[in-house]
Design a binder for this molecule. Structure first.
Ligand code: GLY
Length: 372
């Protein structure tokens, strides 16, 4: 059960962490210009480790947009534009289910700053492209693994389809996004608020076959980052269309996280790891949850829940902003947060900094410090 963080003690720690995050990102762009890393190896961003799938390029410029908005520093704006512009062709990328990650963190932030319609058109096109992954039989957006695979991760991307639908009035897009969320809610979220990573379908009949996983411990386990995507994604979906089923699901997943995670707010990479095996943590899950809970706190209809989610998010952020999780004082470590996990079974990014952990940590720090 996570402890809450009721006092103002968090603010100086979070401000210092935000400064440290800028220093680490600046170090990366000076050392290795125009490189879009994914995870560190022994704390270094540049290495030959495989990517598995190509989904992270929006997170580095996404942090730059956040830094610019918070500090007003024009250097961050220039860097943000420089690292965002090369991503535009990805708006047509049909090989990944991650176009929300790539474009909501970049072109959408750029459009909100300037109001330039061509920037918005890029975001809308990315939403239309993602919607092409929809399987009529089964009513879900399929993962990059194949047409029979549904991932919980897609909940953190479907927001770009809601956005495109609401911007254009396209009822078909809205229908796709709604159906995907309702299917995910039905087949990947369990009665106790835990989540499964993957659902497998029979393509002939559209029948749901079973829960499965790629990155979690087992098909019937709860992979903590998947739960984090569920909290963040159902919260964003509720924010987009105010369907109370999405709020109920976001709260059920948040309540599971709060109940089952240690007092400091950082979970094991999977809630069902055996006691006698390796017990890796995942700080990236904690960072995503903090960002999601800060949003959920503002949307919850119950003021007591809103306070709980807000104070829990601050507890998590305070934990991440101190040793051993903040990399400050770790000589030569290039990332911001230590102890993330990308893909344990493939041995990729285990106990390392991971780009999505950095991005959602920076987003959450900014939200907490703005009170947004
Ligand atoms: N594939 C998205 C993730 O690793 O969370």
């Amino acid at each position: 059960m996570i402890e809450t963080c009721p006092s103002e003690q968090w603010r100086p720690a979070l401000e210092n962490a935000f400064d440290f995050a800028q220093k680490q990102v600046l170090g990366l762009v000076e050392r290795d210009p125009d490189f879009y890393p994914m995870y560190t190896r022994n704390g270094k961003w540049r290495h030959q480790g495989e990517a598995w799938t190509h989904w992270c390029d929006g997170f580095l410029p996404g942090m730059m947009w956040v830094f610019h908005r918070r500090t007003g520093d024009t250097q961050w704006r220039e860097l943000a534009e420089r690292y965002t512009t090369p991503l535009e062709p990805r708006k047509m990328d049909r090989n990944v289910h991650d176009l929300g990650f790539i474009f909501l963190s970049t072109y959408h932030r750029w459009y909100r700053l300037t109001g330039d319609r061509p920037l918005n058109d890029v975001v809308i096109q990315a939403g239309r492209t993602l919607a092409l992954r929809f399987k009529e039989k089964g009513e879900y957006l399929c993962s990059f693994m194949g047409p029979d695979s549904l991932f919980i991760d897609i909940m953190a991307n479907v927001g770009i389809i809601f956005y495109a639908a609401l911007q254009t009035g396209d009822a078909k897009l809205l229908d796709v996004a709604m159906k995907h969320c309702l299917t995910t809610r039905r087949v990947l979220i369990r009665g106790d608020g835990s989540s499964s990573h993957e659902g497998m379908y029979d393509l002939e009949s559209g029948e749901f076959l079973r829960q499965s996983t790629q990155q979690g411990f087992r098909g019937d386990s709860c992979w903590s980052r998947g739960l984090a995507w569920a909290i963040y994604g159902f919260t964003s979906s509720y924010n987009a269309v105010r369907d109370p089923r999405f709020l109920q699901t976001a709260e059920a997943c948040a309540d599971f996280y709060i109940r089952e995670t240690p007092a400091n707010g950082v979970p094991l990479f999977d809630y069902d790891l055996p006691a006698d095996g390796p017990r890796h943590l995942d700080t990236s899950a904690a960072a995503i949850v903090a960002a999601g809970l800060l949003r959920l706190a503002k949307l919850s209809a119950d003021p007591a829940k809103g306070t709980l989610y807000d104070q829990t998010a601050r507890r998590i952020l305070l934990t991440l902003s101190e040793k051993p999780f903040l990399a400050r004082g770790k000589p030569g470590w290039e990332g911001i947060l230590t102890e993330g996990v990308y893909h344990l079974h493939k041995g990729l990014g285990v106990n390392e900094s991971v780009m999505w952990g950095e991005y959602f940590y920076v987003e959450a720090l900014d939200r907490a410090l703005r009170g947004a």
